[in-house]
Design a protein around this ligand. Structure first.
Ligand code: MN
Length: 128
């Protein structure tokens, strides 16, 4: 039996984290959830996620720093699909997110259909 696709979710807001976790689990994903960037980076090596969902605004290290840490060869590597979740709708912030190397971003409040479609598309691309 094939193992389920695992998503690392890093989100400091507990309600949002639980919502993302529940939605992803409902759609068949395995979820490793973290409430801070530091925790997310720590759990990434052992969880070996197939993709990650990163909140940008975090209390400690930011989503940008988490991205950089995950992309290290000793962690998840360059090919890990990573989606930024951002409250900002400003064009320059979005440009900054893509320039930093995120594969995609979705806006808060999260549209579930958009989230699932984005993940599916990235996972399909990563599998080829
Ligand atoms: Mn946050």
């Amino acid at each position: 039996m094939a193992s389920r696709v695992r998503i690392l979710v890093v989100e400091d807001d507990e309600k949002s984290r639980r919502l993302l976790t529940d939605v992803l689990a409902f759609h068949g994903y395995e979820v490793a959830a973290a409430g801070s960037g530091e925790e997310g980076v720590r759990s990434a090596s052992s969880a070996a996620p197939d993709a990650a969902l990163l909140d940008i605004q975090l209390p400690g290290i930011s989503g940008f720093e988490v991205l950089a840490a995950l992309r290290e060869p000793c962690c998840c590597g360059e090919r890990l699909p990573v989606v930024a979740v951002t409250a900002s709708v400003m064009d320059q912030d979005r440009k900054k997110i893509l320039a930093a190397g995120f594969n995609a971003f979705i806006s808060k409040p999260v549209n579930i259909r958009e989230l699932l479609a984005t993940l599916e598309s990235l996972l399909t691309k990563a599998a080829t």
